[in-house]
Write a protein that binds this ligand. Structure first.
Ligand SMILES: [Zn+2]
Length: 248
């Protein structure tokens, strides 16, 4: 999600994204790319495509590392490309068979939201959520250490952040660290302070996702990208909202 991202991708695309935020009616140099990036016709609502999944869309709330609702999140819903949603449905079916539900924190993320993260990171005085999400880090290192970047794989529409909810206990599996914690604790292979059960729980999630066509990320246990993602070079920028996609 925040990390493991193309940090300095095509400058022109970044400029195009920025100018589309500032003035959406002004055609940018590469207007064809902009047009594609606002076309949500290949996206679906996860609540419809993966009905067993639980939605906890953190960037629509104030319980995230910024502490505000994030720009571009107009409704507490999750969108993915049809291809990624179909793979996630299979993962959900596997999870249900094992006694779990998928719990979704984030999926498609507009470039507008990523820009909100960048602006927040540049304001080093705003540390409202430090004690919860980055207690060990000085906010000034978030760019250099890759926690915040100009682009996110989530904007390509086939990446999801999630955990497993244990139906028998009525709560999330203990992963030994919280979603969006900035630190080594979030590395899936981190073993420093984790119990055997926490390590096993991370592996259960990873196995379900990998078996259904997703690639894990080596810095965030909750983050997975469809291996064969349909838009590997497109960074979309339409709102997270049910009205962005046509209902089926
Ligand atoms: Zn992620």
């Amino acid at each position: 999600m925040i990390k493991g991202i193309v940090k300095f991708a095509a400058l022109s695309a970044v400029i195009a994204a920025l100018s589309s935020c500032a003035a959406s009616n002004t055609p940018a140099a590469n207007s064809a790319e902009n047009a594609a990036a606002t076309d949500a016709s290949d996206f679906v609502l996860l609540a419809e495509a993966v009905p067993d999944a639980i939605m906890e869309i953190r960037y629509y709330s104030t319980y995230n590392f910024v502490g505000d609702r994030i720009d571009g999140y107009e409704e507490p819903c999750a969108l993915l490309t049809k291809e990624a949603a179909a793979a996630l449905k299979n993962a959900s079916d596997d999870a249900v068979e094992k006694g779990y539900r998928l719990k979704i924190y984030d999926a498609y993320r507009p470039q507008t939201a990523v820009q909100n993260f960048v602006e927040w990171a540049e304001d080093t005085d705003d540390t409202r959520m430090k004690e919860y999400f980055y207690p060990e880090l000085d906010k000034s290192v978030l760019f250099d250490q890759g926690y915040i970047a100009e682009k996110s794989g989530h904007s390509r529409g086939s990446t999801v952040d999630l955990t497993l909810f244990d139906m028998s206990k009525g709560k999330e599996l203990d992963m030994g660290g919280t979603f969006d914690y900035f630190g080594e604790l979030s590395h899936p292979d981190y073993t420093g302070e984790l119990t055997a059960e926490q390590i096993q729980n991370r592996n259960i999630l990873r196995d379900i996702m990998v078996e259904n066509g997703f690639n894990p990320l080596d810095t965030e246990w909750w983050h997975f990208t469809l291996a064969n993602e349909p838009y590997p070079d497109t960074y979309f920028d339409f709102p997270v909202s049910g009205s962005s996609v046509e209902s089926e």
